[in-house]
Design a protein around this ligand. Structure first.
Ligand code: COA
Length: 170
């Protein structure tokens, strides 16, 4: 899969991306607003394990944000299970030097119709840490609505944070 956005190309991960994944992912400022599944520190072994998983058999979708041939971030889709199987979560991150240029917004905006086309989902959601106004803004710019605040639902780096749920319906 390859999706061209105004500022990047979203494409499948390759094992050769491991070094750029470590270079950009090994950043506490990136990890601070992501789930603990995103390693910090981010080692070469973590990168290889992630790319093997992302390119192996998985119902989820993982794409690299590619600028100039370099993977500088990632976007992912995870469909929930059981009675929530018509709901998917979207996640994304971008290397810090590239923040503030609309790149994540372009990526999410381009991915939303692809997700609704690829999966039999009714709602697409993201749980944003209360400390992450930039990500809330990305979702607002992409037509998501602030649906709920889950008090103290996140425990990250030793601190409780609220989770702000954003949703976009089909
Ligand atoms: C969140 C993240 C993906 C944003 O990427 P980005 O490419 O810089 O985002 P964009 O440039 O598309 O848009 C950011 C918006 O937030 C705004 N913003 C940035 N910092 C802000 C702040 N502290 N308060 C309010 N708005 C802020 C920007 O002004 C911009 O909005 P605008 O276009 O209306 O001016 C990036 O910061 C990141 O990877 N962070 C670490 C990982 C992460 O948090 N991922 C999301 C988890 S759900």
């Amino acid at each position: 899969m390859k999706i061209v956005t105004p500022s990047s190309t979203l494409r499948e991960w390759r094992m050769q991306d491991a070094s750029s994944l470590v270079k950009h992912g090994n950043n506490v400022n990136v990890a601070a607003t992501l789930r603990d599944a995103f390693p910090s520190p981010y080692t070469p072994e973590d990168a290889r394990r992630f790319i093997a998983m992302a390119t192996g058999p998985t119902p989820d979708l993982f794409l690299a944000i590619d600028i100039g041939g370099e993977a500088v971030g990632g976007v992912g889709i995870h469909v929930l299970n059981d009675v929530k199987h018509r709901t998917a979560e979207i996640g994304y991150w971008l290397a810090e030097p590239f923040w503030g240029r609309g790149i994540a917004t372009d990526a999410v905006r381009a991915l939303v119709p692809v997700e609704f086309g690829r999966y039999d989902i009714n709602r697409l959601q993201a749980g944003i840490f209360s400390t992450n106004p930039a990500s809330m803004r990305v979702l607002e710019k992409c037509g998501f609505s602030r649906e709920a605040v889950h008090k103290d639902a996140i425990f990250k780096n030793g601190v409780f944070l609220d989770e702000v749920l954003y949703v976009r319906f089909r």
